[in-house]
Write a protein that binds this ligand. Structure first.
Ligand SMILES: [Zn+2]
Length: 274
């Protein structure tokens, strides 16, 4: 909500040019944030038809800031903040984080309580790690995922402000127009988890689809690889079909959030896609 003021402070130039610059800025901007790296020791888990047995792969954990006018949405919140500056080996994954989200945002003049909404693709650890750094934000989460988060300890702890009832939640049961103007839409795509979601962002340069974990890397689009740990195989395939058709019909740019090459399609922070 304090975006314009923050930008004025950041640029430290007189009000006239600022007003002109603001007027010239597109309403919607998409920033990519670095929210960690995940070295997968057993890629075999990412296909229940034994497609990747014995392979390894390094994925990224990415997060995104979307500005719509003066309103701000953080999409996914990456690995745990206390990992910053370190690596940790757990359950076949080596997780690393260079820097938390909060100091990254400070570089564009934002404080945690400036964030209006946190949208979560789903409740896995690599997407909810730093959510609790933004307790003033309204949480946008699939209702079925929130039901799990309320009782499953790893998610319960990381989403404590909302699970406890202290902070505001929108429990989504289908697609949701975040700002009410059609610019940013949460897409309900169940299968990876019960309430899994992706995000459609309509930039002036064209629509962008942030995948959530509908796919984990680009090969999966043609391979139809369904991770063995997904909650529902049939729902996953149906959601893949819907995701692909939306991308095709809207000529949208697909960003697979765990694929380093896909994330690199977006400008390097603090530059934004517009
Ligand atoms: Zn993930």
């Amino acid at each position: 909500m304090k975006w314009v003021g923050a930008l004025s402070v950041l640029l430290s130039v007189p009000a006239g040019p600022i007003a002109a610059a603001e007027a010239a800025r597109p309403a919607v901007e998409l920033y990519r944030l670095d929210c960690g790296t995940i070295a997968v020791k057993n890629l075999g888990e990412f296909s229940d038809t034994y497609l990747y047995s014995g392979e390894t792969k390094t994925l990224v954990a990415s997060c995104y800031l979307i500005r719509n006018g003066e309103q701000l949405l953080l999409w996914d919140t990456g690995l745990d903040g206390d990992l910053a500056g370190t690596s940790k080996d757990s359950d076949g994954y080596v997780n690393s984080l260079k820097e938390r989200i909060v100091p990254q945002l400070s570089r564009i003049g934002l404080k945690p309580d400036d964030i209006d909404f946190i949208g979560l693709s789903h409740y896995h650890f690599d997407h909810i790690g730093q959510a609790a750094d933004f307790p003033e934000a309204t949480l946008l989460i699939g209702k079925k995922d929130f039901d799990v988060a309320k009782v499953w300890k790893p998610a319960q702890a990381r989403l404590a402000p909302w699970v406890s009832g202290r902070s505001k939640v929108r429990e989504l049961t289908g697609d949701s127009d975040v700002f009410g103007d059609g610019k940013v839409t949460v897409l309900s795509l169940p299968g990876h988890t019960e309430g899994h979601q992706a995000l459609l962002v309509r930039l002036a340069s064209g629509p962008v689809l942030l995948s959530g974990d509908q796919y984990h890397f680009a090969d999966q689009i043609k391979n139809r690889g369904v991770p063995a740990f997904n909650t529902d195989r049939a729902e996953t395939l149906a959601s893949m079909d819907r995701f692909d058709r939306i991308a095709e019909n809207l000529h949208a740019k697909i960003i697979i959030q765990h694929d380093p090459a896909d994330v690199a399609k977006l400008p390097i922070f603090p530059q934004a896609a517009r």
